[in-house]
Each structure stands twice: as structure tokens, then as C-alpha cells.
Design a binder for this molecule. Structure first.
Ligand SMILES: [Zn+2]
Length: 113
């Protein structure tokens, strides 16, 4: 490969806004998954329907709406991601913890209430 092509490739590569490394070298998301303090709890919302609430994930690092739609499909429930919080209809606390661990989140960083 010609040197100018290599340099062009470096400039074209997407760079992480947090660490400044190219996206394929960046480990910020992995670190964030290990360092997050995620709280999974149950709330009684309107009409006394139980809602599983996930808090503590940083929306700058983790695509919460993508995560919410994956979980909605997996647990066959309704839900939404808003203001850094994911809401899922019904009590899915244990499933959420299993699912997040499967996604690379540290088991110690998930607190189920
Ligand atoms: Zn990074």
C-alpha cells in the first residue's frame, strides 16, 4: 500500500470522541460496560402495572434505544428508552440481569432491587 493511501485511511477512520483512538481500537464501550453501576428495579406505574426500570447506563457510551428494542423483542414486552433510563412493561428484573451479563456488562455492576 502506498504511504498516502495509509495516511488517507487514518483520516477517514472514525475516531472515538472520548479517547481519540480509531473506533476499532477504542475500548471505551467495553470499559463503560465494566464500570457502569446499573440499577434494575420495579416500579408501579399507572394503573398499578409493574414496570422494570433500568438506570445508571451512560447514554453517551451505550445506545440505549437499541438496547431497549433488543430487550423488548427478547422479552416480548413494551418499553421505551428516555433520558438515560430504560423502561420495560412487566417484571423482567431477572431476565434483564441475565441479558445484560450476556452483553458483556459485569455481573457485579448490575444491582437488582
Ligand atoms: Zn474510545
Amino acid at each position: 500500500m502506498h504511504v498516502s493511501e495509509i495516511i488517507a485511511g487514518i483520516f477517514v477512520a472514525e475516531v472515538c470522541p472520548v479517547c481519540g483512538l480509531p473506533k476499532d481500537l477504542c475500548v471505551c464501550e467495553e470499559l463503560e460496560k465494566q464500570q457502569s453501576r446499573i440499577v434494575v428495579r420495579l416500579e408501579m406505574r399507572r394503573f398499578r402495572k409493574p414496570t422494570t426500570v433500568l438506570e445508571g447506563m451512560d447514554p453517551k457510551h451505550i445506545d440505549l434505544s437499541q438496547l431497549a428494542s433488543n430487550m423488548k423483542r427478547k422479552f416480548a414486552c413494551g418499553g421505551t428508552a428516555k433520558d438515560g433510563v430504560i423502561l420495560l412493561q412487566g417484571d423482567h428484573r431477572d431476565e434483564v440481569k441475565d441479558y445484560l451479563e450476556g452483553q458483556g456488562f459485569g455481573a457485579d455492576s448490575i444491582e437488582v432491587q
